[in-house]
Design a protein around this ligand. Sequence first.
Ligand code: NAP
Length: 481
Amino acid sequence: MANTYPNYINGEWRTPLATFENRNPANTDEVVGLFAKGSFADMREACEAAQNALPAWSAMPAPARGALLFKVAEILESRFNQLGEEMTREEGKTLPEAKGEVRRAINIFRYFAGEGSRMPGMLVPSERDRVHMFAIRKPVGVVGLITPWNFPIAIPAWKMAPALICGNTVVLKPASASPLSSWRIVEACHEAGIPKGVVNYVAGPGGELGKAMLEAPELRAISFTGSCAVGNWLYTEASKRRLRIQMEMGGKNPTIVLADADFHSAVENVVNGAFFSTGQKCTATSRAIVEDSIYDEFLSALVERTKRLKVGNGLEPGVDIGPAIDEAQLETDLKYIEIGRQEAGEPLCGGYRLTGEGYEKGYFIAPTIFADVTEQMTIAQEEIFGPILAVMRARDFDDAMRIANNIPFGLSASLQTTNISRVFEYVQRMEAGLLTVNLPSAGVEYQLPFGGSKESSFGPKEQGPAALEFYSDYKTVYLKY
Ligand code: NAP
């Protein structure tokens, strides 16, 4: 019998009136948990509770808030293995990837706990005699956090921790496909003794809860990560009330492979960026743009390496790639594979749902490579969010840069080269917020700003010191003595 996970409002676990199932995408017979199906009224109550908790929480010295966040990190760490396994069960990514993400969430809490002792403001000399001028940070107020399913603990952590350290109170609405990992953070907040109403958790249908959040008079800001469609709708609605809003959305990220690259690492980096986590990372590589002179050789090495990837249940050792998150994502992947077939011909590997022993109960798909993809094709323009890679031919570096930038998105990008001048050209000219060199396009750390450009993102960056910009306001003081 699966556990039931209630919503958390005003420091209380609320007995659910209705629930929804969280199923394991690698084994749909397994119900990972039953989650409270929060209502419009629950969301409004959570926002009210957050408002009531705001004065005391924001008045607490920031280092004291930091001490509580350090405790949250400690509690999460004490359950490290459990959290990793639960994440693999609810999201499907492999156990090492899931554990890596749990480690990251713990690090994020510690990092922002430390910010409580810094909380950098500004102090500059005045032009006037005996005037002391400075700016301090103040919280924004009640902040709504809406998160996607693909990083079910890291993304909630990288929104909650900076929001809380700045003195805001929060209402978290997790993705319905993977609500358990963030429920564990909320549980840790409760056990750490974070005062009632400071952290609230309302799971349930995005449409209804999103609307309730947008209409809550207490709300001051929304931080959203998810699809462009939902993000753009939220932006329109939030602007009517002039809510502060931050949005991290889709991508169509390129990896450029130049002829002078370290061939073997370039193959590994493209395979890692395109297929690990089933291609379900916003920073995944979905276009490999390869210089003409090595195109054929690179393509065959890529296909050969991809065919050796092991797809299966992420809890099993040796598995490289888990399932798609749910049936809808699987259908999306298969739909784009059909589009790819019509546009670019038969894929060089993959191109189908995996069936047979070990695959009967999950949403498994074979890693798929389309070759000779050109810029205007749908599979070169639209985000798929699955293990499907478009390989494109470029005449030279300039042509590759042009192709790489010829999309509406600008989240992440990668360059494989040993030419330092090309590296700096790329850093200057690539239209994306996250750039890597000789690494996969995915795989970032928490100590620097995170976020994209163009259609991928809007508002201040997340993570690193930059995260404080969204979750705080300056108050500027001029003082004559
Ligand atoms: P999604 O469908 O947009 O859902 C994201 C969140 O929004 C979920 O919690 C969802 O709730 C909620 N939601 C749905 N409709 C809503 C509405 N009308 N108002 C308010 N909230 C609503 O995205 P997803 O499928 O979970 O995630 C995949 C997408 O996220 C991809 O496009 C990926 O690129 C993007 N992503 C971006 C980043 C980044 O940092 N740029 C990181 C990770 C993922 P329900 O689950 O209940 O529908």
